[in-house]
Design a protein around this ligand. Structure first.
Ligand SMILES: Cc1cc2nc3c(=O)[nH]c(=O)nc-3n(C[C@H](O)[C@H](O)[C@H](O)COP(=O)(O)O)c2cc1C
Length: 451
């Protein structure tokens, strides 16, 4: 029987992806301590989660009013730690949990990223994953030595080359290259360690790569492109895909279309897992969950939404009055997560700032699944069976409570229904995701669905 994949959506920051979460009475207040991440890791592993994954952004959300004062004062994602370092701590506190982090193809060198994740993969016994993003706003660009973010499609063109280098380097050492024969003095067979010699339009990297292959071959590649260009990129390179489908009907349609796109790349659709972003408020009973939700729903402030909208759309919302409609030109000038803009414009032709806040739901916990074990499991089962996804990326209303509540009340119900496994299948993330060890160079047989 097909079983669902569960992933914890984590942030190495002072709040969850909901800025108001730090004000929740049960939120821990030490999100810059190692113990905080060790605790989350253990909770997710107790719940047999496949993966804990950290998002990333290389700047504070300071686009609103072009100032960071409000960000710091209200704790709007203003602390942001390096996720790979945090993952190492989490990896030392767990044994089976997969460990994913986001790194951008727009601001690092591919050799560096390949080495960081390959090393993490060795240090964690083959449990690493890399979420490939291309980054989205000028704040990140300015922290990383540029003036503004590159154009959307150009970011993905560069990212294609980036992937060829990273995967190429990850294939440098054949699995039986190392012999370590102390008697003969042969450490490794030189004919089994290859140089990449890559020269592309945007990147160059020579090699040979300096990290041998891990128990799972190489880290799992995660992707979350939502635009046409982004989805094509994900279909070609991703092994786990994050999606945020707005409803079940769209989910069913887009899931099927995406799987076809994967097949058009010459890949097996079942080997690319699509996971839907969800927020749950779970408890032992429906009534208890509703009380919890009432408390959570009181926490967001208007400034949370304004700040995150400005950041995500790369547009300063402080330039507009609350009820002043946006012009066509302003709407076209929004260069970040255009999916948010498009959703708002589809609902209201000439939206105001207030419309953006209300329709996008940004800064609030959007469409949560609130309930006891039955209500939450029913909804997950409906999406999974449709099928509109292969599993879920669980975002937290507060930490560690949201993960603890899910593991305590929802996981056992999913297991009882046979929708979720009782235990880990193996040690490596690849084994636990039911994916085969990648043969050397197998990725070269894929092609872009456009080409
Ligand atoms: C669950 C999830 C997590 C994401 N995490 C990040 C992240 O950490 N950093 C980032 O810059 N973008 C992140 N994104 C955004 C995507 O990478 C992508 O840019 C976005 O979905 C828009 O698609 P497009 O790039 O094709 O326009 C995430 C998206 C989803 C659904």
């Amino acid at each position: 029987m097909r079983q669902m994949i569960l992933i914890g959506f984590l942030q190495a920051q002072n709040c969850t992806n909901h800025p108001s979460s730090w004000r929740h009475p049960d939120s821990r207040t030490d999100s810059w301590s190692a113990d905080y991440y060790r605790h989350i890791g253990r909770v997710l592993e107790e719940g047999k989660f496949h993966l804990g994954f950290f998002d990333d952004r290389l700047s504070m959300p300071d686009m609103y009013g072009r100032n960071h004062a409000h960000t710091v004062a209200h704790g709007i994602r203003c602390v942001k730690l390096d996720a790979v370092t945090v993952l190492t701590v989490m990896g030392m506190a767990t044994e089976r949990l997969g460990l994913g982090a986001t790194y951008s193809t727009s601001y690092f060198e591919p050799f560096h990223v390949a080495r960081v994740f390959a090393t993490l993969d060795l240090m964690t016994g083959g449990r690493a994953a890399w979420n490939v993003v291309t980054s989205l706003n000028d704040g990140e660009a300015q922290n990383m030595g540029r003036d503004e973010v590159l154009d959307h499609d150009l970011r993905y063109d560069r990212a294609d080359e980036f992937m060829e280098i990273v995967l190429g380097h990850w294939d440098s050492w054949e699995d039986d290259a190392i012999v370590q024969d102390k008697a003969s003095g042969v450490f490794a067979r030189s004919e089994k360690v290859h140089r990449l010699d890559y020269r592309g339009r945007y990147f160059r990297s020579r090699g040979p790569f300096t990290v041998p292959r891990s128990a799972q071959g190489h880290p799992i590649v995660i992707q979350a492109g939502a635009s046409g260009r982004g989805r094509r990129f994900g279909a070609q390179w991703g092994e786990v895909i994050f999606v945020a489908y707005p409803n079940l009907a769209v989910g069913r349609r887009d899931y099927a279309a995406f799987k076809s796109e994967v097949a058009r790349c010459g890949r097996t659709p079942e080997h690319v897992h699509v996971t839907q972003l969800i927020n749950t408020v779970a408890a032992a009973t429906k009534a208890e969950a509703e009380d919890k939700w009432a408390e959570i729903d009181k926490l967001p402030l208007e400034i949370d939404a304004l700040s995150l909208l400005s950041e995500a759309l790369n547009f300063d919302f402080a330039k507009k009055g609350m009820d002043e409609p946006f012009t066509e030109q302003e709407l076209n000038g929004m260069s970040g997560l255009q999916g948010i803009r498009d959703r708002v414009v589809a609902a209201k032709k000439n939206p105001t700032v207030r419309d953006f806040i209300t329709i996008s739901g940004r800064g609030r916990v959007h469409n949560p699944i609130v309930g006891g074990p039955k209500e939450v499991a029913d909804q997950l089962e409906e999406w999974f069976a449709a099928p509109a996804c292969d599993g879920f990326v669980l975002s937290a209303t507060h930490v560690p409570g949201a993960y603890e509540d899910f593991v305590r009340s929802v996981t056992p119900e999913l297991q009882r229904r046979g929708l979720f496994r009782q235990d880990y299948a193996g040690i490596t993330l690849r084994e636990n995701l039911g994916l085969a060890l990648p043969a050397h160079g197998a990725w070269r047989h894929r092609h872009s669905p456009a080409g």
